[in-house]
Design a protein around this ligand. Sequence first.
Ligand code: BTN
Length: 285
Amino acid sequence: MHVIVMGDALLDIDRISLERAGGRIGRRVEYVESLDSTNAEAWRRIEHADADGLVVFAEHQTAGRGRLGRTWEAPRGAGLLMSVVVFDQPVGQDCVANDSATGARLGVAIAVATCDAIARTAGVTVVIKWPNDLLIGGRKVAGILIESRKLSDARVAYVIGIGINCLQHRGHLIGPLAKTATSLEIESEFAIDRTALAVEVLRHLEEWVLPVPAVNVDRLRAAWMQRCEPMGRRVHLLHGGKAYAGSMIDIDPGAGLVVQLDEGGVRAFSALETTVLPSPTTVDE
Ligand code: BTN
């Protein structure tokens, strides 16, 4: 069967491996042309060996996973679809740093890293929408899905799934996506080289993610604040079955989005337990 792949080339995995030689993130790189989900594949490979730093790439997913049980779809060869495995470092004999705070900080770090990698490679301004959607001109260009499991040796394994819309044309973004999504092909004045983008994402992840518990919270917060939607922006959130409305006032990398609530009071919402609802001023979600 002749496989039609968008763009000029498949991902150049040898080039990615070469560029990442000596690093942690990308010290092992695996490529499967088509699979169910790179996150699922990463979990399958975790069971076999010490997979810290492993990255799985694919050209096509048949069951790409999004946040909150959604799916993630991209035409074959159009997206950058990747999953990165990171192991938390034990900080004591049998414990790791507070799992949920570490996971939250990791989410912030990955959003910052991916944001910078895209901006640098494609020459575009990318904004982080909490918790970790990446937008250009208010439309989503990339999504991040972080999954975690506790390992038998007390470490926590994280699989960081990143999907970036690279080569999609407007005609690929149909239905609601026409208004809410975009791609680098649409937004950038440069030809998009997915391999170069992959290398840049891994390079930035190395800078921001290593080692997980030692991520500097103040530095993370400052980086997020420079790249996020303006503070004061209205948000509508669903948490524990209850809807909240208010204005964003801060990000706490360990606790989540800090909101001045319309009903009074200030509250932090964790990314894991909160859904961002569409609001009149929001085109995404
Ligand atoms: C979201 O915005 O809902 C997160 C989307 C994450 C999609 C990526 S594509 C590569 C990796 N494998 C998956 O199955 N999902 C993530």
